[in-house]
Write a protein that binds this ligand. Structure first.
Ligand code: NAD
Ligand code: USQ
Length: 402
C-alpha cells in the first residue's frame, strides 16, 4: 500500500514509518519538525541522540535497501497538504502530527490555544484534503485513551449502547478529558465522525494509551535509526521518567497517591496496531474506534515495577509522592475494553518483558546525558500562567512558535 505517515519524525511516527516500509509498503513521512523546535524552546531534549531526517532516511536506505519519501511542511498549511495528497496519492494516511503533551497544553493560554489550533486545524485540513483529493483513502488517526477520562463505569471502544426512557441507541462514549491537549483529541474525534457521516470518508480512530519503550526491530538495525526517549516533565511520559530517575538514583516522582490508572503499550505494539489498521480498512462512511493499549497499571504499580527491575541491576530506588500538579482522580475505578485489535491479530508484548531491555537499560546506557533538573514538575493545572523560566527565556528570545 502507499501509506503517508504524518508526524513521521516523531516518537510513534518514526518507528511506524520504518515498520511499514520494512513490511513492503511504499511510505512517505510528512513533518514540519515543530516538535524539535518545542524541545528547544523548553530547553529539553531526548536522552537518545536522534538524527536529522535526511540522516535517518540515508541510514534506513543503507540498513534495509529501502527508500522512504519525505515531505517537509505544516499540515495546518492547506496548500502544502493538498500538494502532498496530489503528489503521493496515499491509500492510507496515518495521522500522528499533533502537539501531544498534556503539560505543554497547560503551561498558559498561548500553549493551550497553540495546541488546539495545531491539532484541530491540522486534522480538519486533512479531512478536507481527503474529501477533495483521495476520498477512498483510509484515515488512521491517533486519538488517546485520555479522551474518556476515568468514569465510574467500564469504558467501551468508542461507542456505548444506551437505553433511555424506553428507547435505545448506540452513541459515542461520553468524554471527560483531563487537559487542553486531551480535549483537542475529543474535538478531532467529533470532526472525524462528522466527516465520515457527511462525505463517506473511511476512518479508524485509535484511542492509544501511554506508549513506552524505545526499541523496535527496525530501529535496532543501526544506531542512526534510534528513536527518541523523553524524560522531562513536559514530554517525558511516566514510565520513561521513572526509568531515567532510577538510572541516576533520583527518587521516582509519583504524583499524589499514585492510584491514577492508565492503559499502556509497548512501541512495538503501536507499530503493529497501525499496520493491522492499514491492512483492515474501515468501510466508506464508517468511523471505527479501537482502544489501543495492552495492559493497565496504576502509577504506583509502575513505580514498584521499576524499583524491582532496577534492584536486579544493583540499583536502589526510592519512591516519592509529590503533590499532584494535575487535576485528576488519584484513586478511581478503571476498566477499559481493548479487544478489537487483538481480534485483528495483535500479539501483545508485555511490560514485564520490556522493562529492562527497552527502558531501564537504555536509560542506563545514556545516563550521562540525564539532567535531573528535568524531573520536578513545574506545570500546574490549577494555574493559568505557569512560571516555566526556560519557556519565558525562550519567548523573550523570540523563539516560541505560538
Ligand atoms: P511526537 O511529538 O514525538 O511526534 C509528533 C510529530 O508530529 C513531531 O515530529 C512533530 O514535529 C509533528 N507535527 C506536529 N504538528 C505538526 C504539524 N502541524 N504539521 C506537521 N508535523 C507536525 O509525538 P508522539 O509521541 O509520536 O505522538 C504521536 C501521536 O500519537 C500524537 O497525536 C499523540 O497524541 C498520539 N499518542 C501518543 C502517545 C504516546 O504515549 N506518545 C499515546 C497516545 C497517543
Ligand atoms: N505521572 C506521575 N509522575 C510523573 C509523570 C506522570 O505520577 O513523573 C502521572 C500523571 O499524573 C498521570 C499519569 O502518570 O496520571 C500519566 O502521565 P503521562 O505524562 O505519562 O501521560 P499523559 O499525560 O496521559 O500523556 C501521554 C502522552 C499523550 C497520550 C497519553 C495517553 O504524552 O500523547 O495521549 O499519554 S493517555 O494517558 O491514555 O491519554
Amino acid at each position: 500500500m502507499k501509506i503517508g505517515v504524518l508526524g513521521g519524525d516523531g516518537y510513534c511516527g518514526w518507528a511506524t514509518a520504518l515498520h511499514l516500509s520494512a513490511q513492503g509498503h511504499t511510505v512517505a513521512v510528512v513533518d514540519n519538525f515543530v516538535r524539535r523546535q518545542w524541545d528547544h524552546e523548553l530547553g529539553v531534549q531526548t536522552l537518545t541522540p536522534i538524527r536529522t531526517m535526511p540522516e535517518r532516511l540515508r541510514a534506513w536506505k543503507q540498513a534495509s535497501g529501502l527508500s522512504i519519501d519525505s515531505y517537509t511542511g505544516d499540515i495546518c498549511d492547506y496548500e502544502f497538504l493538498a500538494e502532498f495528497m496530489r503528489d503521493f496519492e496515499p491509500e492510507a494516511v496515518v495521522h500522528f502530527a499533533e502537539q501531544r503533551s498534556a503539560p505543554f497544553s497547560m503551561i498558559d493560554r498561548k500553549h493551550a490555544v497553540g495546541t488546539q489550533t495545531n491539532n484541530v486545524v491540522g486534522t480538519l485540513n486533512l479531512l478536507f484534503a481527503l474529501k477533495e483529493f483521495e476520498p477512498d483513502c483510509h484515515l488512521i488517526k491517533l486519538g488517546t485513551m485520555g479522551e474518556y477520562g476515568t468514569p465510574n463505569i467500564d469504558i467501551e471502544e468508542g461507542y456505548i449502547t444506551i437505553e433511555h426512557n424506553g428507547r435505545k441507541d448506540v452513541l459515542p462514549f461520553p468524554k471527560q478529558p483531563g487537559s487542553f491537549y486531551h480535549l483537542s483529541k475529543v474535538h478531532d474525534s467529533h470532526n472525524i465522525m462528522f466527516a465520515c457521516r457527511i462525505w463517506g470518508l473511511r476512518a479508524t480512530d485509535l484511542n492509544q494509551g501511554v506508549v513506552y519503550g524505545t526499541v523496535t526491530r527496525e530501529t535496532e538495525m543501526n544506531e542512526a535509526l534510534i528513536n527518541r526517549f523523553d524524560y522531562d516533565e513536559v514530554f517525558g511520559t511516566v514510565l520513561n521518567r521513572f526509568c531515567a530517575q532510577a538510572a541516576v538514583g533520583h527518587p521516582l516522582t509519583v504524583y499524589g497517591k499514585g492510584g491514577q490508572t492508565r492503559g499502556f503499550l509497548d512501541i512495538r505494539d503501536t507499530v503493529r496496531c497501525i499496520e493491522l489498521a492499514c491492512l483492515n480498512p474501515a468501510q466508506r462512511g464508517e468511523c471505527r474506534v479501537y482502544n489501543q493499549f495492552t495492559e493497565q497499571f496504576s502509577v504506583l504499580d509502575l513505580a514498584q515495577l521499576v524499583r524491582t527491575a532496577a534492584k536486579e541491576l544493583g540499583l536502589t530506588v526510592q519512591i516519592d509522592h509529590l503533590p499532584d500538579p494535575r487535576v485528576e482522580s488519584e484513586h478511581h475505578y478503571y476498566n477499559a475494553k481493548h479487544s478489537k485489535l487483538i481480534d485483528l491479530g495483535l500479539k501483545p508484548h508485555y511490560l514485564s518483558d520490556a522493562l529492562l531491555d527497552s527502558l531501564v537499560n537504555i536509560a542506563i546506557r545514556y545516563k550521562d546525558g540525564i539532567d535531573p533538573s528535568m524531573f520536578l514538575p513545574r506545570v500546574n493545572w490549577r494555574s493559568a500562567v505557569n512560571d516555566r523560566k526556560k519557556t519565558q527565556d525562550a519567548a523573550a528570545a523570540g523563539m516560541v512558535s505560538f
